[in-house]
Design a protein around this ligand. Structure first.
Ligand SMILES: NC(=O)c1ccc[n+]([C@@H]2O[C@H](COP(=O)([O-])OP(=O)(O)OC[C@H]3O[C@@H](n4cnc5c(N)ncnc54)[C@H](OP(=O)(O)O)[C@@H]3O)[C@@H](O)[C@H]2O)c1
Length: 244
C-alpha cells in the first residue's frame, strides 16, 4: 500500500485523534491539528511524537492554518496526499434564539474551516496530480430530528455535502478525489456522557465508536475510485430508527 501523508484537523480529541492514530499505526505520515495548543501537544505526545508525526495548532477557519498544515506536510514528508476535514463543533439552540454570532460559530468552524483548509491543500494536490479530501459530515442533514434544535449545526454540515460533490466534479480530471464520511452518533467527548441516549436512533440500537469511522476514512483514502460520495457510517440512522 502506498505510504501517504495525511493531514487531520481536529485531531486532539474523538474521531480525529483516532483517525490520526489509525494512519500512524498503518505506517503513514500524519500532520495533526486543533485550535488549542496544549490539547494538541498532549495528543502529539500520546501518539508517540515519532518521525512520522507533526503538529500545527491553529483555528481551521483561518486559511493560514491550512497553509501551515500543507507547508509542514510538504517540508517534513514531501507531499500532502490526504486531507481529513474533521474539526467541528456541536451545540443545540432553538431556531428562534439563534443570532448571527451563534450561526457564524458553526459556519466558521464547520463550513469555512472545511472550505479554506481544502483551498489550501488543492494547489499541492494539483502539482502531485493526486490527492484525496475526506470531509466529516452527518446523515442528519437529510433526516430531521424533532426535539433536538440543531438548525445552525445542520445548515453548516449540509453545505459540506454540497461542497463535496461540487469539488469532486471540479477536480476529478486532475485525479483529486473528494468524499464525505457521515457518522451516526459516535462516542466522543463531543457528547460527554450522553451518547448512549441516542442509541435508538440507530437500527443497530447502539452508538458507534471512533474506530468505526477511522476504518472507513482509511478505506476511502486508500481507494482509487471513490469520489463525490457521501458515505454513511451510521448504524442505520439514514434508513430508520428503533422505537424503544
Ligand atoms: N461524535 C459524533 O457523534 C459525530 C457525529 C457526526 C459527525 N461528527 C463530526 O465529527 C467531527 C469530530 O467530532 P468529535 O465527536 O470527534 O468531536 P470532539 O471530540 O469534540 O473533537 C472535535 C475536535 O475539533 C477541534 N476543533 C474544534 N474547533 C476547531 C477549530 N476551529 N479549529 C481547529 N480545530 C477545532 C477540537 O480541538 P480544539 O478544542 O483544540 O480546537 C477537537 O480536536 C466533527 O466535525 C463532528 O461534527 C461527530
Amino acid at each position: 500500500m502506498k505510504k501517504q501523508t495525511v493531514i487531520v484537523t481536529g485531531a486532539s480529541s474523538g474521531i480525529g485523534k483516532e483517525v490520526a492514530r489509525y494512519f500512524l499505526e498503518k505506517g503513514d505520515n500524519v500532520v495533526i491539528n486543533s485550535s488549542t495548543t496544549e490539547k494538541l501537544e498532549k495528543v502529539y505526545n500520546e501518539l508517540g511524537r515519532g518521525e512520522n508525526l507533526a503538529m500545527v495548532a491553529g483555528n481551521v477557519s483561518d486559511k493560514s492554518t491550512g497553509e501551515k498544515l500543507v507547508a509542514t506536510a510538504v517540508e517534513k514528508f514531501g507531499s500532502a496526499d490526504v486531507l481529513v476535514n474533521n474539526a467541528g463543533i456541536f451545540d443545540t439552540k432553538p431556531f428562534l434564539k439563534v443570532d448571527e454570532a451563534y450561526l457564524d460559530k458553526f459556519l466558521d468552524t464547520n463550513l469555512k474551516g472545511t472550505f479554506f483548509t481544502t483551498q489550501a491543500v488543492i494547489p499541492q494536490m494539483l502539482k502531485q496530480h493526486d490527492g484525496v479530501v475526506i470531509n466529516i459530515g452527518t446523515p442528519l442533514v437529510n433526516r430531521g430530528l424533532g426535539g433536538v434544535p440543531i438548525t445552525a449545526q445542520m445548515a453548516s454540515k449540509g453545505a459540506i455535502n454540497a461542497l463535496t460533490i461540487q469539488l469532486a466534479a471540479e477536480f476529478g480530471k486532475q485525479n483529486i478525489r473528494v468524499n464525505t464520511v457521515a457518522p451516526g452518533t459516535i462516542r466522543t467527548p463531543m457528547h460527554g456522557d450522553n451518547a448512549d441516549q441516542t442509541a435508538g436512533l440507530h437500527l443497530l440500537n447502539r452508538v458507534g465508536e471512533v474506530e468505526d469511522i477511522a476504518e472507513m476514512v482509511y478505506t476511502v483514502a486508500k481507494s482509487n475510485f471513490i469520489t463525490g460520495a457521501i458515505i454513511n457510517v451510521d448504524g442505520g440512522i439514514a434508513a430508520g430508527h428503533n422505537l424503544n
